[in-house]
Write a protein that binds this ligand. Structure first.
Ligand code: NAG
Ligand code: NAG
Ligand code: NAG
Length: 354
């Protein structure tokens, strides 16, 4: 006998089917799109993995944007894993998009980081694509309103942060704005953290200058507003992750809002990352909690940070092994014009968690 499937209005971590309607970052599955895939309106917008209908609409109306969005999805994955390479939770589950394990499916601190990073990255990538001329509907950002400093002049091509934010927000927030219900609390959490990510991006706009003048005298500088690299923004968000605030969904005035769980009665701040559910310590493997455990992870014996063998291995101890590195050495320059090198081997001791 077949049972009818009811659309359920809440995100419950343990029920697999529900995960399909609970995630707002399924678009990260676009990172698996082959680089060479041509995208055409009728065929591909619908066929692209992980998009909600509003995102498919955006794809149809702005087809050339999609290569940039695909690139953003790849950047999110790469940057998240780099930023968390020294932590017990190392962002490996992001590769499972669009079907995430519970660490990213629930309202966790880790999900908070990924939503913030995803929102920042898509706007960053679009803003940069405007500058490089990859997008037809936008170009360089505006020249700043204030006068340049003495010896400076405005020039170059500013990153188009405004366009990046408008279009990136439309795309990234679309899943949280659909009626297909997820729990209201999760939706609010994800929208809030996405905005935290975009605020970090706004804060990353800085003055960049190039020197001109006789033989590099730098008597004149041409300057523009450019965005810092994504890895800096990700580091900024990692700090917010480490100091994230646990919140609950409770009535405040006439509506239910997210408020810090500890008793101080204040609304959440705009720049603080928030989460609803505590995470495990990620020391041991637990599929139910979305923890891969740290057995077999490399640790650093001399570090005192999160990648130290003590912290990474959770006190279980570690095994040394020897790795042989092959490097170029004794390089010689030959007139004219090439270099020859020898190959030298060097051994280093490394450690992995028991
Ligand atoms: C779109 O892609 C499909 C499948 O690759 C192809 O059959 C179709 O001809 C394409 N349409 C256009 C307008 O290029
Ligand atoms: C991340 O952690 C997983 C699970 O412990 C491990 O399999 C993977 O190799 C790690 N990735 C990196 C880049 O260290
Ligand atoms: C281990 O940590 C130390 C101190 O933080 C650092 O200098 C070194 O490069 C690290 N080694 C590896 C293999 O990452």
């Amino acid at each position: 006998m077949r049972r009818a499937l009811h659309p359920l209005p809440v995100c419950l971590p343990a029920v697999l089917l529900l995960s399909q309607i609970c995630s707002g970052i399924k678009w990260l599955a676009l990172s698996q799109t082959p680089a060479s895939m041509p995208i055409n309106r009728t065929h591909h917008c619908k066929g692209l993995q992980g998009l909600v209908s509003a995102q498919v609409q955006l794809c149809r109306s702005n087809l050339e944007l999609m290569q940039t969005v695909i690139q953003a999805a790849r950047e999110v994955q790469k940057t998240c894993q780099k930023t968390f390479g020294d932590m017990r939770w190392n962002c490996s589950s992001i590769e499972n998009a669009p079907h995430f394990p519970p660490d990213l499916e629930r309202g966790t601190r880790e999900a908070a980081f990924v939503y913030a990073l995803a929102a920042a990255t898509i706007s960053h990538t679009i803003a940069r694509a405007c500058t490089t001329g990859d997008l037809r509907y936008c170009s360089c950002g505006p020249v700043p309103g204030q006068a340049p400093e003495p010896g400076h002049r405005w020039g170059g091509c500013a990153d188009n942060l405004h366009y990046g934010l408008v279009v990136g927000t439309k795309f990234a927030d679309a899943p949280m704005k659909t009626k297909k219900s997820r729990s209201q609390a999760n939706k609010l959490m994800h929208l809030h953290n996405s905005e935290v990510g975009r605020q970090a991006l706004r804060d990353a706009l800085e003055l960049k200058c190039k020197c001109h003048g006789v033989s590099g005298s730098c008597s004149i500088r041409t300057c523009w507003k450019g965005l810092q690299d994504l890895k800096n923004i990700a580091m900024d968000l990692k700090i917010k992750y480490l100091s994230a605030t646990k919140v609950v969904h409770r009535p405040m005035g006439t509506r239910k809002q997210l408020v810090p769980k500890d008793l101080d009665i204040r609304p959440v701040r705009e720049n603080e990352m928030v989460y609803l559910q505590s995470s495990p310590d990620f020391c041991s493997r637990s599929e139910k909690q979305g923890s891969f455990g740290t057995q077999g992870r490399q640790c650093n014996k001399t570090s005192s940070g999160s990648d130290s063998c003590d912290l990474m291995c959770c006190g279980r101890g570690y095994n040394p092994y020897v790795e042989t590195l092959v490097e170029k050495c004794h390089c010689k320059y030959h007139w004219c014009c090439y270099v020859t090198c020898k190959r030298c081997e060097r051994t280093v001791e490394r450690y992995i968690c028991k």
